[in-house]
Ligand binder design. Structure first.
Ligand code: 5RP
Length: 227
């Protein structure tokens, strides 16, 4: 199976966990796109009643176009189930997210969710996270100083850029700096350091934040439960 088929496979598998009446957190990314398509199909064909809370304007647009009711996160008091993608997941279920630039809203929705599922193709699994750069969302004011600080710390920062060579802006109009740190020996220590850096809004280290990972494999989806 090619990567897109694996993404479609886990997207279809994940929506089986969505039950009538649920408030569902909808992640962002190319894998989630397949999941939202599959969810839209259930809404249209089975009359499934759900409310979605999205993690990006992209996902909002897609979900609404499929007839999924969307509410603002502050108009719900909890989210029953969040289904999101990830860029890397290690043996302890630590993940890196934010490849699609939505890490801030994704972490807020994750925080508000009772149950959390990630959907990934098999290429995303690793023993130690870090080969995928760690995205860090920073406010524009003083962002160059934050960047310089990361250089001094040896975090090998790179500005996230758009195709037309402008600094990428998130849904909150912030910048993203990707840290090319390589395999991370102590992700908790790095997370602590990043979140205490003035100017940093959030980072893409998602540690102890998922209950189940559905992995797309050639012989069918594999469901991994957090220990
Ligand atoms: O964190 C994310 C977006 O901010 C995505 O979930 C992550 O980048 C995975 O995306 P894809 O399914 O396209 O590989």
């Amino acid at each position: 199976m090619d990567q897109n088929e694996l993404k479609a496979q886990v997207g279809a598998e994940a929506v089986k966990y969505v039950k009538d009446g649920m408030i569902v957190g909808l992640g962002t990314g190319s894998t989630v796109r397949y999941m939202v398509d599959a969810l839209g199909k259930r809404v249209q064909e089975e009359g499934l009643h759900i409310v979605g809370v999205t993690t990006s304007t992209r996902t909002t647009k897609q979900a609404e176009s499929l007839g999924i009711t969307i509410k603002d996160i502050d108009d719900v008091d909890h989210i029953d189930l969040c289904i999101d993608g990830a860029d890397q997941v290690d043996d302890d279920f630590n993940g890196i997210k934010g490849g699609g630039g939505a890490l801030l809203w994704e972490k807020i929705v994750n925080n508000a969710s009772v149950k959390k599922i990630w959907i990934v193709d098999q290429s995303k699994l690793c023993h130690r996270i870090g080969a995928f750069g760690v995205p860090v969302e920073v406010i524009p004011f003083g962002a160059q100083h934050v960047f310089n600080r990361f250089v001094k710390k040896g975090y090998k920062p790179q500005w996230r850029m758009t195709d037309d060579n402008k600094k990428y802006r998130t849904d909150e109009n912030n910048y993203i700096i990707d840290l090319k740190v390589g395999e991370i020996a102590d992700p908790h220590a790095l997370a602590e350091d990043l979140i205490h850096t003035v100017g940093v809004v959030e980072h893409g280290l998602f540690l102890n934040r998922v209950d189940m990972v559905i992995v797309g494999r050639d012989n069918g989806p594999e469901v991994l439960q957090a220990k």
